[in-house]
Design a protein. Structure first.
Length: 269
């Protein structure tokens, strides 16, 4: 099975690029499941139902969120009725929405999990403890054919630790949140594909997707300024394509995906 994961969509530049490119990109890569982190899609902060519907119409199968999940109040009633939109599973009990789902890909089933780290982030429930129970209930090779985790976290050490913690139990762990693609796409020793951060779908002539002048001024003067605004130049789409083994559910291949904008392009053969 081929699974395409695209990193954090940032603002209009990112979402317009994804909506325009995804239909043809999905065909070119032969992607059977498309997962996108969309937590910065609405002017850099949160997601609206209108944008979510546009991303689904363009070909996204599952959307994930993160620490900006609740920046747009209108997403709360929408997420309750939309199983394809996931927020981090380790939010406290009673939080609207769901943190994981099992999705049909033809005759096969894929578990998709959205998790959030705790280092330099909100103090949520422990993702390490929580994921063990979740994966016990949805084991690849028994109840599902593949499993993907979007680990939305700040610290690369926490992301790497989480990847090793679930190695051999999921098909892919991909990091989101820091918006800069790392060069460590690999298959871990027990068969889980991994990348510390997949990068963003946004304008890279920026500071992690935001207009660079306002962002830099915060460091120069050490004073808060106006609310940061997304950069509006041509966006680069960043992601990974993972191919899983139908017999084991583990990864056979992981390859970076970059298209458009400023970064060097790369697409899997």
């Amino acid at each position: 099975m081929k699974i395409l994961f695209l990193g954090d969509i940032v603002g209009r530049a990112g979402r317009d690029a994804v909506i325009a490119a995804l239909p043809s990109l999905r065909v070119r890569l032969g992607a059977e499941l498309v997962i996108i982190n969309a937590e910065n899609a609405a002017h850099g902060f949160g997601l609206t139902p209108e944008i979510a519907r546009a991303l689904f119409a363009a070909g996204a199968d599952v959307l994930t969120l993160g620490n900006h999940a609740w920046d747009r109040r209108e997403i709360v009633p929408y997420i309750e009725g939309e199983p394809r939109l996931l927020r981090p599973f380790n939010y406290p009990p009673g939080t609207p929405g769901r943190g994981a789902g099992v999705f049909a890909v033809g005759s096969r089933k894929v578990l998709v999990v959205n998790a959030m780290g705790r280092l330099f982030m909100d103090a949520l429930d422990c993702p390490f403890r929580g994921i063990d129970a979740l994966l016990a209930a949805h084991a690849i090779g028994r109840t599902v054919d593949a499993a993907v985790i979007d680990f939305h976290a700040e610290a690369s050490s926490e992301k790497q630790s989480f990847g090793h913690h679930v190695d051999g139990r999921v098909s892919l762990v991909v990091g989101t949140h820091t918006h800069v693609p790392t060069a460590d796409a690999q298959i871990l020793p027990r068969g889980t594909a991994y990348q510390t951060d997949v990068g963003m779908c946004g304008d890279y002539d920026s500071v992690i997707g935001m207009q660079k002048e306002g962002a830099a001024l915060r460091f120069v003067k050490k004073l808060p300024g106006e609310r940061l605004a997304p950069a509006e130049g041509e966006a680069t789409l960043c992601g990974v394509l993972v191919e899983t083994d139908d017999a084991t559910g583990l990864a056979r291949r992981i390859a970076p995906v970059r298209q458009g904008g400023r970064l060097a392009p790369t697409l899997p053969d």
